[in-house]
Design a protein around this ligand. Sequence first.
Ligand SMILES: *Cc1c(COP(=O)(O)O)cnc(C)c1O
Length: 360
Amino acid sequence: MSRVYNFSAGPSMLPDFVLARVKEELLEYRDTHQSVMEMSHRSKEYLSIIEACEAKFRSMLGVSDDYTVLFLQGGAYTQFAMLPMNLMTVNRTADYLITGSWGEKAYLEGKKFGEARIVASSEDKNFTYIPEIDASRLNPDADFMHFCYNNTIFGTSFSSTPSSIVPLAADVSSMILSKPLDVNDYGILYAGAQKNMGIAGLTVVVIRKDLCDRSPVDIPSMFSYSIQQKNQSMFNTPATFPIYVLSVMLDWLDEEIGGLAAMQKINKEKSSIIYDYLDESNMFYGTVEKSSRSDMNICFISEDDSINKEFCAAATAAGFLNLAGHRSVGGMRASVYNAMPIEGVKALRDFMSTFEKEHK
Ligand SMILES: *Cc1c(COP(=O)(O)O)cnc(C)c1O
């Protein structure tokens, strides 16, 4: 195999372990004599896959019986709306932290269902830092407080869970399974699978069971946490193959990496390789405050825009793909999710360093 290093923000690269296992099991899954892609979602063969996937996910992340795990579709974008549609239904008001485009999009959807209040924002410095939260601004009557843990586009991340007096709701799309997380601090967590959990088409929601009771009966059934919970993610056909791929991802994390604490250590080591280089470089610099740096999405830039363009083109030609920053910020972004091997990060650092020497 001759594979590129893919620094895409998502869909992103998969571990060789996962690709090889999926290939091995693609035509005939174990002793079922059929492909997972062909199975009825209600067959006993498939039920054993989805049940094992949920059990592995619960044990990997430490999800207690107080929470329901839902395997839905529609991406994080759908959750931006589903969350207020279901949960902003007690006092019809919720608090939002705005630390980037995703938090903002969630807030704009929230406004459609009640009073959405911005309680902290880093927009004043183009989302280059994680703001302090002034506890006096938090509304004790808010139905939830929403934030985006890792800001995929701007390359910032919370380093720990913010404290909250109401149920916390978090978009963890670009950090889930990258490090341990105390699920008990949250009312609801949600994430698309295409960053750290496999392939596009699956959205995982972890929600405290009692919160599902808030779902109004007059909302569309597909968008009701309560109905999805009662039907154990089988109200309609779930994303059968992406759920299977998640299950293989969890095997990789367990068998090859050794769990989330080990994954966090590797992820820190990977991001440090690039950040250390950026801190030394005379050509490129990191765009966010050091204390807010993300270990998943590393944003950097050179003052000279022609250098930025030339760098992206040269990197692509050398097999380092998708390094251009998000269209809303420019510059460069290296997304180094769980599956990016340390060799890929070292190779990128060496490439950047050589590029810098050649362009002095
Ligand atoms: C990628 C991403 C999204 C968008 O996810 P979809 O699955 O495309 O809806 C939302 N939030 C964050 C933090 C992301 O990284």
